[in-house]
Design a binder for this molecule. Structure first.
Ligand code: ADP
Ligand code: MG
Length: 355
């Protein structure tokens, strides 16, 4: 039951810039695919176009090879969960879950059996008679999942389903969704702006920026090989450094890394460096490309098991480094000290882009 989105374009205002511009991607059968991007990137609009809640200007949506572009919402066989619970306040949990089933003209016994099954699936067997007001936020979202899955959808669409919950519950439910998906195997399209959520629970990620697809691929692919400066800046907590190609290397102030093969002498470069890809030392390490780069420790912040070190380069650029706490204690530096920084890996783009 794969979903193929083909050249979808949607403008809300005539002549304005499109909310969704020429978007194509595939969500593989049985997988969780994530649409990841900043607010306003067009993610929700794509989901609404697939669900049939909006009409596209051009393009097609194919579900399992069938063109659904003209099909009414109810006939698409899609379950939807939004950020806000959208449960019926005056109905019990059972009635909420049964809602889509009653519309589909099933016998009362069939409906009751399916509701029981769904309550077990989302582990809320005891709470069927409660109303939404008597549930926690996380429980309400589980009811929303039960209601979406009750109709045996071909496709599950989730729009920031954990966005309104606090961090702890959000992380718990992320794990829960992973297990739920293992049980149901329903092809799922999840919208989120949270890269951790995307990289952790999906098999396929589509990165969106300004209505367009910036990159699509497996989470590891996107993390290790961002295709554009935008993707590199959005995923992986990178610091961006500007510099120049000199003698076949990318020099960003005091920091030096290998330049791409295509780079020519004197070209501008942008390098993206991950916080754990810089090795700090009190003394020059003497190995690597830039074992001798001395930089200033601008700020230190202890966060859980590691210390965030903000470095200031001679040219004024700043770089964030994360050092495991034990390693940091061995390093023994304080704010204002000079340290030697060795960039172990960086993603370098040739050209002076704006992101
Ligand atoms: P995201 O979900 O990635 O945050 P949206 O799909 O909600 O982004 O929005 C993409 C763009 O389309 C935004 O600029 C938003 O303001 C605009 N937009 C979304 N829905 C409507 C609407 N119903 N009417 C007008 N503009 C809209
Ligand atoms: Mg949205």
């Amino acid at each position: 039951m794969s979903v193929i989105v083909e050249k979808l374009t949607k403008r809300f205002t005539a002549g304005g810039s499109p909310a969704v511009a020429d978007v194509s991607f595939e969500a593989p059968t049985g997988a969780i695919t994530t649409l990841l991007g900043p607010s306003g990137a067009g993610k929700s609009t794509i989901l609404r176009l697939i669900a049939g809640l909006e009409t596209s200007d051009t393009g097609r949506v194919l579900i399992d090879g069938t063109d659904c572009t003209e099909l009414p919402v109810q006939q698409r066989g899609i379950g939807v969960v939004f950020q806000s619970y959208a449960l019926f306040r005056h109905m019990t949990v059972r009635e909420n879950i049964a809602f889509g089933l009653s519309v589909r003209r099933q016998s009362k016994a069939e409906v009751e059996a399916r509701v029981d099954e769904m309550l077990r699936l989302v582990q809320l067997e005891e709470l069927g008679q409660r109303t939404p007001a008597q549930l926690s936020g996380g429980q309400r979202q589980r009811v929303a999942f039960a209601r979406a899955l009750a109709i045996r959808p071909r496709l599950l669409l989730l729009d920031e389903p954990f966005g309104a919950l606090d961090t702890r519950v959000r992380v718990e439910l992320r794990e829960w969704l992973h297990e739920l998906h293992t049980l149901t195997g329903v092809t799922t399209l999840l919208v989120t702006h949270d890269q951790e959520e995307a990289l952790e629970i999906s098999q396929h990620v589509v990165i969106m920026s300004e209505g367009r697809v910036a990159q699509a691929g497996a989470p590891a692919d996107i993390y290790d090989r961002p295709a554009t400066p935008f993707v590199a800046s959005f995923v992986g907590g990178n610091s961006m450094l500007k510099g120049q190609v000199r003698e076949g290397r990318a020099e960003m102030g005091a920091l030096i890394v290998a330049a791409p093969q295509s780079a020519r002498e004197g070209q501008a470069v942008q390098a993206f460096v991950r916080p754990h890809d810089i090795k700090l030392a009190k003394k020059p390490a003497g190995n690597g490309l830039n074992g001798n780069a001395a930089v200033r420790v601008e700020r230190l912040k202890s966060v859980g098991g590691y210390v965030k070190v903000l470095l200031k380069l001679p040219n004024g650029d700043t770089v964030a480094v994360e050092v495991p706490r034990g390693e940091f204690e061995e390093l023994g530096v304080v704010e204002g000290d000079s340290v030697h920084a060795d960039v172990r890996s960086a993603r370098v783009f040739v050209g002076d882009f704006s992101i």
